[in-house]
Design a protein around this ligand. Sequence first.
Ligand code: FMN
Length: 149
Amino acid sequence: MKVLIVYKSYHHMNTEKIAQAMAEEIGADITSVENIGSYDAKSYDVIGFGSGIYAWQYHKALTNAIEGIDVIPGQKAFSFCTYGKKIDKFEKIMGELLKSKGFDVIGHFGREAFDTFGPLKLVGGINKGRPNEQDLEDAKKFIRDVVGS
Ligand SMILES: Cc1cc2nc3c(=O)[nH]c(=O)nc-3n(C[C@H](O)[C@H](O)[C@H](O)COP(=O)(O)O)c2cc1C
């Protein structure tokens, strides 16, 4: 199974840690979204897309890249994200975007992660130390389950 993991991460590189754990677990190719053009997306059996959540949305660089991507109808995709506080919308909005592009959506992984945005900085942030070892183990289990290796 040929898998590509595409991510955007900048606040505390939380999403990058999740992306790297997933990629290492199954030997997937991995790229920050800025370099997606170096990869032939159509040649992958599965593509995973993830970013932090910023103002209740995935990073625009990630959603723009998905909108511009050339997909084989029915190609498999999954999403992942990290956030300060979970709301159900995170899975839904990305699922809808991927489906609108013709992807067959096979899963979603989300985790709380270190967040010092705005006033949270004044209290030292929330979710300190996350993603932690358990979060990374959960990410590895997730990708084994969805990709099946
Ligand atoms: C500008 C900004 C806006 C954010 N907005 C939200 C938000 O609306 N909801 C939320 O749960 N977390 C929010 N966060 C927290 C991030 O989603 C969280 O820290 C995430 O793990 C960052 O991922 P990254 O380190 O991969 O960039 C925000 C963080 C930043 C920097």
